[in-house]
Design a protein around this ligand. Structure first.
Ligand SMILES: *[C@@H]1O[C@H](CO)[C@@H](O)[C@H](O)[C@H]1NC(C)=O
Ligand SMILES: *[C@@H]1O[C@H](CO)[C@@H](O)[C@H](O)[C@H]1NC(C)=O
Ligand SMILES: *[C@@H]1O[C@H](CO)[C@@H](O)[C@H](O)[C@H]1NC(C)=O
Ligand SMILES: *[C@@H]1O[C@H](CO)[C@@H](O)[C@H](O)[C@H]1NC(C)=O
Ligand SMILES: *[C@@H]1O[C@H](CO)[C@@H](O)[C@H](O)[C@H]1NC(C)=O
Ligand SMILES: *[C@@H]1O[C@H](CO)[C@@H](O)[C@H](O)[C@H]1NC(C)=O
Ligand SMILES: *[C@@H]1O[C@H](CO)[C@@H](O)[C@H](O)[C@H]1NC(C)=O
Ligand SMILES: *[C@@H]1O[C@H](CO)[C@@H](O)[C@H](O)[C@H]1NC(C)=O
Ligand SMILES: *[C@@H]1O[C@H](CO)[C@@H](O)[C@H](O)[C@H]1NC(C)=O
Ligand SMILES: *[C@@H]1O[C@H](CO)[C@@H](O)[C@H](O)[C@H]1NC(C)=O
Ligand SMILES: *[C@@H]1O[C@H](CO)[C@@H](O)[C@H](O)[C@H]1NC(C)=O
Ligand SMILES: *[C@@H]1O[C@H](CO)[C@@H](O)[C@H](O)[C@H]1NC(C)=O
Length: 809
């Protein structure tokens, strides 16, 4: 389903259920006003047989209000009073059965006693789990059926054409099963059909053309299948259509003109994610006087333009218009006459040039405007006066930053070519929540007002030319600031101490500036702080050991590389980092930190390369203290940070030995201790690190044999160069007798690929597939160049969490 339809769609389902309920209850009230007839014994025994052919399950994930309706069925009581059963008021025969969400599962064989209930008019079996069942053609015996709901019933296989015998059907719901094959072209028989839902199945083949002959139908959903072919040029039906969902199919050809001249109240049209082509003209659109929601997104050949003889198009009810990822070249200024349009998504098109004052006028009700990923060069004025969200990321906007309307909540204007200072109008916004102006060429000082909007949650000015000091932050008590990104500017001076009052701060990136300060130990009280980046500044002095054990407890990413820090590595500091010791993954899997319209991003050096993390999983962990002047030993306690993925202490003056405790960092994927003065042997325990993809121990004073086994069989010379007294594979220098070689701990031949994969599999099972796969999967999301073996294992693993992860993207 496309970007906008969910809301109306739910309304539709509600309406459908409501109607069904109405029909049921009216017949119940009839029942109570006359002498009640009791249910025929062949009906009660058919019902009991049907109940007995199924079994109860304890839980259903999808239904919110599931309960076992059949539990209370008692054969010594008239079946007309059974839960879910409705009888005819005069004859007492069973005419309605609603067992939706009643926690049943089983088979539905063709001789099921259900098909003996031939008076059934309403049958709702939604969410009954008919595992391994095909839909029996015996449904066609239920000739009286007007309402049939088999949504979410787990049926698979094709739909028998005998279903076409249900000539009285008005409501037909077959949503979300595993149906496949062609949809039989039997709709010509369904003269009374009002609503049909075939969505979220695997139907293939051509779109059933007889659908277009239906005259009474108001709601039609075929979205999320594999239906192909063009839509017909000419149709004779659909004269009462109100909502049409055809998104996420393989439809091609032109959008037919009849869609815009239906004699009807079409309110919702979703044709998104197909391969439709053609041009939608303003005067066609304006014929749909009742249209509220239109989604034509993701049809790469479809364009939108105003009519050549531009009559004053009006769209009296249009509320949501989604036209993202199509082939639009101009801002549809004809929409300015619309007084009702609130949500306009034109992202990912080829819209060029500027939005002039004239074009931006009107659009009085617009609150959401997405023009991201286009080719705009100039915006004289933002459309609308009540705009709350504007997304202009990734255009070619030049010149000064335009002043947004006071009403703005979310301004996303990163990746443009804007210059000059932040205009004073930015101090006049009523309720800003997300301001992302990163990746431009803005300059001057950061206005103090920005830093002190109480409800501002995100301020991102990364990659600009701001200079001067960081302003005093969070002066208002109860500041909501969650994310502050000032990376890659020309900022100077100390970190303002007032940051300590930003109690919600999770993300702080001040890297790549000229800041000059000692280590901000006082930030340790910010109990939500997860990410702290100070890299490449002029920070100096030691990183102090903190007496309080409640400092920096949520920290997961700390990058203080390329500064002038000195002294010993802080043992107590590492001990405090609880966020790297016991990550408790959310039940729904890891999530990206950020909010609805904004995800935090950062640049780190991982595995020797600078990488941009456009999104950051809440389970990503790294410590980078490289390129400073730290001395002394690597503390043992670092080995307690068992969820650590990346550890970099390179380019310092560290001495002593590599602590064997590093072998406990079982999640570690990258270890860099290069360019120090570390001595002694490489501890055997490091071979435990089965996810280690990068090891750099070069330019130290290490001696003796290189351990063998697992990942150590994959590292090359580069990992060890500049240690003159190391020996053994992969170096050409062989170890002498006295040095001895340690045998690999693998029981498999190290050259046997299958054996290797098997060992890894064992290891992964050994400490929880979920977490390991979660981590590595997330990691792949933002890094390239994963070792092939890991990618293979992940692809092979049939793990739910991994799939959920992909869906979230
Ligand atoms: C059919 O079942 C689905 C899933 O529970 C529900 O959303 C829909 O409203 C039902 N339709 C009717 C007519 O009850
Ligand atoms: C069925 O109903 C009868 C009569 O009301 C009652 O005696 C009996 O206990 C009920 N049986 C069950 C299993 O509820
Ligand atoms: C349905 O047919 C199967 C054999 O195909 C049989 O075992 C079963 O008893 C029959 N069930 C009914 C309700 O007739
Ligand atoms: C249903 O329709 C088919 C034709 O599609 C017909 O051959 C069959 O006899 C009908 N079945 C019933 C049970 O009426
Ligand atoms: C649609 O209806 C017309 C007559 O109104 C008929 O000629 C045509 O065959 C029908 N098409 C389908 C596919 O049923
Ligand atoms: C479309 O159908 C109408 C009536 O069914 C007919 O008058 C018209 O000529 C048809 N148009 C085309 C292009 O076939
Ligand atoms: C766009 O449509 C293609 C198929 O035409 C589909 O694979 C893709 O997921 C869609 N993209 C979005 C963002 O819906
Ligand atoms: C979409 O249609 C065009 C021709 O209209 C065709 O070249 C292209 O392959 C189609 N794309 C898909 C994904 O089917
Ligand atoms: C369009 O609107 C303008 C101003 O509202 C009006 O002067 C003009 O006559 C309209 N044009 C048409 C073709 O209706
Ligand atoms: C700020 O808004 C007020 C009215 O809300 C207006 O008078 C003033 O000119 C605005 N200031 C700037 C700099 O836009
Ligand atoms: C950014 O603006 C400065 C002047 O403020 C200019 O010298 C520089 O070339 C600009 N950089 C880019 C990448 O446009
Ligand atoms: C933090 O806020 C408190 C109360 O609003 C204030 O007294 C204190 O001076 C602030 N701290 C800094 C460093 O600004």
């Amino acid at each position: 389903m496309g970007c906008c339809s969910m809301w109306l769609y739910r309304m539709l389902c509600f309406l459908f259920a409501f109607l069904l309920f109405q029909v049921n209850s009216s017949s119940i009230s009839l029942l109570s006003s006359r002498p009640p007839q009791s249910c025929p014994s062949e009906h009660s025994s058919a019902l009991i047989q049907f109940k007995n052919s199924l079994s109860l399950v304890s839980d259903s994930e999808i239904c919110r209000d599931s309960y076992p309706k059949t539990e209370s069925w008692n054969q010594s009581i008239d079946c007309c009073s059974w839960e879910g059963v409705t009888c005819h008021s005069l004859t007492g025969r069973v005419i309605g059965l609603d067992l939706s969400c009643s926690l049943l599962e089983g088979n539905l064989p063709s001789n099921s006693s259900l098909f003996l209930l031939q008076d059934l008019q309403w049958l709702n079996l939604a969410h009954l789990n008919f595992i391994d069942s095909q839909i029996p053609s015996e449904f066609s015996k239920l000739r009286s059926l007007t309402h049939l709901n088999l949504s979410y019933t787990g049926f698979h296989g094709s739909i028998p054409s005998s279903l076409g015998n249900l000539t009285k059907i008005t409501f037909l719901h077959l949503k979300s099963n595993n149906f496949e094959g062609q949809i039989p072209d039997v709709f010509g028989n369904f003269k009374k059909l009002i609503m049909l839902d075939f969505s979220f199945n695997n139907f293939h083949g051509l779109f059933p053309s007889s659908v277009f002959n239906l005259t009474g139908v108001t709601d039609m959903a075929f979205n999320n299948n594999h239906l192909g072919g063009p839509l017909p040029y000419n149709i004779s039906g659909l004269s009462n259509l109100q909502r049409l969902f055809l998104s996420a199919n393989l439809l091609d050809g032109r959008v037919p003109g009849w869609l815009f001249s239906l004699p009807v109240n079409l309110a919702l049209l979703d044709l998104s994610s197909n391969n439709l082509s053609g041009n939608i003209e303003s005067c066609m659109l304006s014929k749909l006087r009742n249209l509220q929601e239109l989604d034509l997104s993701n049809n790469s050949l479809l364009s939108l333009s105003s009519c050549s003889n531009d009559v004053n198009s009006t769209f009296p009810k249009l509320n949501i218009l989604c036209f993202s990822s199509c082939n639009i070249h101009q801002f549809p200024s004809f929409l300015r006459a619309s007084e009702t349009l609130s949500h306009l998504d034109l992202s990912n098109n080829k819209i060029q040039g500027s939005i002039s004052k004239l074009e931006a006028e009107g659009l009085e009700s617009l609150t959401y405007l997405d023009l991201s990923f286009n080719l705009l060069t100039n915006v004289d004025q933002f459309p609308g006066k009540t705009l709350q969200t504007i997304d202009l990321r990734s255009n070619s906007l030049q010149g000064p930053l335009p002043t947004p309307p006071h009403s703005i909540h979310h301004l996303l204007i990163s990746e443009n070519e804007l210059t000059g200072e932040i205009p004073s109008g930015f101090c006049n916004i009523t309720f800003p929540q997300v301001l992302d102006m990163s990746k431009n060429n803005l300059s001057g000082i950061i206005p103090r007002c920005l830093a002190n909007y109480r409800f501002l949650s995100v301020l991102n000015l990364r990659m600009n030319n701001f200079d001067g000091k960081i302003p005093t932050m969070c002066t208002d008590e109860g500041s909501w600031l969650r994310s502050l990104n000032l990376n890659n500017n020309q900022l100077e001076g100390p970190i303002p101490r007032s940051l300590v009052n930003c109690s919600e701060l999770e993300f702080l990136d001040l890297g790549n500036n000229n800041l000059n300060d000692s280590f901000p130990r006082w930030l340790g009280v910010l109990s939500s702080l997860q990410i702290l980046v100070l890299r490449s500044n002029k920070f100096h002095g030691p990183v102090p050991n903190l007496r309080s054990t409640s400092f920096f407890t949520s920290l997961r990413v700390i990058d203080i590389s390329q500064n002038e820090f000195n002294g010993h590595l802080p043992t107590k500091f590492f001990q405090n980092l609880k966020g790297m010791k016991d990550i408790h993954e959310q039940p729904a899997g890891p999530y990206y930190i950020g909010e609805l319209y904004y995800k935090d991003s950062m640049i780190l050096t991982i595995k020797g390369l600078e990488r941009t993390f456009e999104k950051i999983l809440d389970i990503f962990t790294t410590i980078d203290f490289s390129s400073n002047q730290f001395e002394g030993q690597v503390p043992e306690v670092v080995g307690e940070l068992k969820d650590l993925l990346v550890l970099n202490f390179s380019h310092n003056s560290l001495t002593g030995q590599i602590p064997s405790s590093l072998g406990n960092l079982l999640a570690l994927e990258s270890l860099d201790l290069s360019s120090n003065k570390i001595e002694g042997r490489i501890p055997m325990q490091l071979t435990n690190l089965i996810f280690l993809a990068v090891l750099n121990l070069s330019q130290n004073n290490l001696v003796g044999p290189i351990p063998r086994g697992y990942q150590f069989n994959t590292f090359t010379n580069d990992s060890y160069i500049g240690n003159l007294q190391l020996c053994g594979f992969p170096l050409s220098k062989e170890c002498g007798e006295s040095e001895g070689t340690e045998a690999p701990p693998s029981i498999f031949d190290e050259d046997d690929d299958n054996g290797r994969a098997l060992t890894w599999k064992f290891a992964m099972m050994g400490y929880g597939c979920g977490l390991v796969l979660g981590l590595s999967m997330g990691y792949i999301v933002f890094t390239a160049g994963k070792p092939a073996w890991l990618v293979k294992i992940i692809q092979r693993a049939p793990n739910q969490k991994v799939r959920r992860q992909i869906q979230k993207n």
